[in-house]
Design a protein around this ligand. Structure first.
Ligand SMILES: Cc1cc2nc3c(=O)[nH]c(=O)nc-3n(C[C@H](O)[C@H](O)[C@H](O)COP(=O)(O)OP(=O)(O)OC[C@H]3O[C@@H](n4cnc5c(N)ncnc54)[C@H](O)[C@@H]3O)c2cc1C
Length: 462
């Protein structure tokens, strides 16, 4: 335990033991804090979906920035995920249908370890539970926070259990966090919140098929576009299975019934996903999820921020999941905590507010990417700033180049998508020159459809 002067010194209570909470515990545990994770769900020792993470039935992609940040926090985790069944693949081997056509196929890009969400969380949880100084209490719901009479720190209320005291509380309780209500009730004021909701819905089903079912194609991703707000994904996961998701926005959200699900896949811009679903064996029910809006609480801008309180993950900023950013942002925030908090005892009063600003900055670019796109699906595209509109138009120009075979444009977009590149890289002189050439002399022929043809003939009886 860190040196301190009271019973709560060096003790942090983390609300929620999903990925943001676990990664926070990994960061603070390794920095010498005593960490208590409180989780409402009764957790088991198996990778399985659970009520507190209803999105666990849906496909989860771990962006390269997320995978590398988690590896930094928990060295060896990537390999443990693969040993547990995660499927390593190169995103350059995905059949990727964007707004303007197929992305170039078969050029090396970023590694992705594809696994179900419960497996990722399970592997991370096993590692975090084994860290010295970290304790996880499952089946423990937090009902409120209060200041101890005449003291500093927090008293964390958990019905049916003795209250816990802590020097620091980190809220990692996800989209449903009650913190805005608790803060308002305690006199800290209201938090400003922005919501951009493209009303995206997921319907997912697990299929049985080997990881090489599509030959050289590692998986399929078909993006929604404002003109055709329906898409989907098929990715190999552990256990010889694939996750297939139908994704649609607004009144084009996919249904829960099998016939409607198949019909939805059949109406997409390309038959690849419908062909896949026909050629593999479904092994589970269809599960839908529709709570997907971008929601950002501006805690970093509150005038009166309490001492000893931080907020991470979806509890502070949740994204439309089609961009696959939530876990990567939570992992980057955990790295920030690890860097900032060992020296907290030497910091000037107000460190929490400064750290909250840095945590908020970690969400800045992902937020701009997600909301910049999603405003195109709502009636409020005018809500875009001129800078965001410029970035949006230019990224569409780069996408146009990429689907006509410009590998530099493709790599640049990939780097931004995986949160490893700066948006400034989009304005490299070579890219500006390519765009100007294309305007003057026209574009080469579009890249061909990836080699998806054969599997549709291997139809398996259901
Ligand atoms: C359909 C869908 C698909 C997604 N796909 C991706 C993807 O491809 N890639 C990606 O990076 N992200 C994806 N996400 C986002 C990702 O799931 C989250 O960003 C990630 O889980 C981190 O969230 P979190 O830990 O902050 O919150 P959550 O995962 O929501 O967890 C919150 C935790 O807090 C617990 N809790 C809540 N209230 C209390 C309480 N009062 N007391 C105690 N415990 C409490 C809950 O039980 C839960 O365990 C997707 C989300 C959705 C909805």
């Amino acid at each position: 335990m860190r040196a301190g002067h009271s019973a709560t010194a060096g003790h942090v209570v983390v609300l929620g033991a999903s990925l943001a909470g676990l990664l926070t515990a990994a960061a603070l545990g390794s920095a010498g804090w005593t960490v208590t994770l409180l989780e409402r769900d009764a957790l088991t020792d198996r990778p399985e979906p659970r009520p507190g993470v209803p999105q666990g039935h849906q496909p989860h992609v771990l962006l390269y920035r997320g995978l590398s940040a988690i590896e930094e926090l928990l060295p060896g985790l990537r390999w443990e995920l693969i040993v547990a069944g995660g499927v390593p693949l190169d995103t350059g081997d995905l059949a990727w249908l964007g707004e303007q056509g197929w992305a170039p196929f078969g050029t090396p890009a970023f590694e992705l370890v594809s696994a179900t969400r419960p497996l990722v969380e399970h592997v991370v949880r096993q590692r975090v539970k084994a860290l010295p100084g970290v304790q996880l209490h499952s089946g423990t719901r937090v009902s409120g926070l209060r200041r101890p009479a005449g003291g500093t720190g927090w008293v964390v209320e958990c019905p049916g259990n003795a209250p816990l005291t802590a020097e620091l509380v980190v809220d990692a309780s996800g989209r449903g966090s009650r913190l805005p209500i608790w803060l308002a009730r305690s006199g800290f004021g209201e938090v400003a919140t922005t919501i951009v909701d493209a009303r995206v819905g997921y319907a997912s089903r697990v299929y049985s098929a080997p990881a090489d079912h599509l030959g050289p194609v590692a998986g399929i991703l078909m993006l929604l576009t404002p003109q055709s707000p329906c898409g989907g994904v098929a990715l190999p996961v552990e256990g010889g299975n694939w996750m297939v998701a139908a994704v649609g926005a607004g009144d084009r959200r996919p249904p829960r019934d099998a016939a409607g699900f198949d019909a939805f896949l059949g109406r997409l811009r390309d038959p690849a996903l419908a062909d896949f679903a026909r050629s593999a064996r479904p092994v589970g029910d269809i599960v839908v999820h529709r709570r997907t809006g971008n929601v950002r609480h501006y805690y970093d801008r509150m005038k009166n921020w309490p001492t000893g309180l931080l907020v991470v993950g979806d509890a502070s900023c949740a994204f439309n999941p089609v961009y696959g950013q939530g876990i990567a942002v939570a992992a980057c925030q955990a790295l920030l905590l690890r860097k900032a908090l060992p020296s907290v005892s030497g910091l000037r009063p107000g460190w929490e507010r400064r750290l909250m600003r840095r945590l908020a900055r970690a969400a800045e670019l992902p937020w701009a990417i997600a909301t910049g796109e999603d405003l195109r699906y709502t009636d409020s595209e005018s809500g875009r700033s001129p800078i965001d509109a410029l970035f949006g138009r230019w990224s569409h120009e780069l996408d146009r180049l990429a689907v006509h075979g410009d590998l530099r444009a493709q790599r640049t977009l990939d780097r931004i998508y995986h949160l490893v590149g700066s948006p400034a890289g989009m304005f490299h002189p070579a890219l500006i020159a390519s765009a100007a050439r294309a305007r003057l002399f026209g574009l080469p022929t579009p890249v061909p459809r990836p080699p998806l043809g054969d599997h549709s003939r291997q139809t398996t009886a259901r």
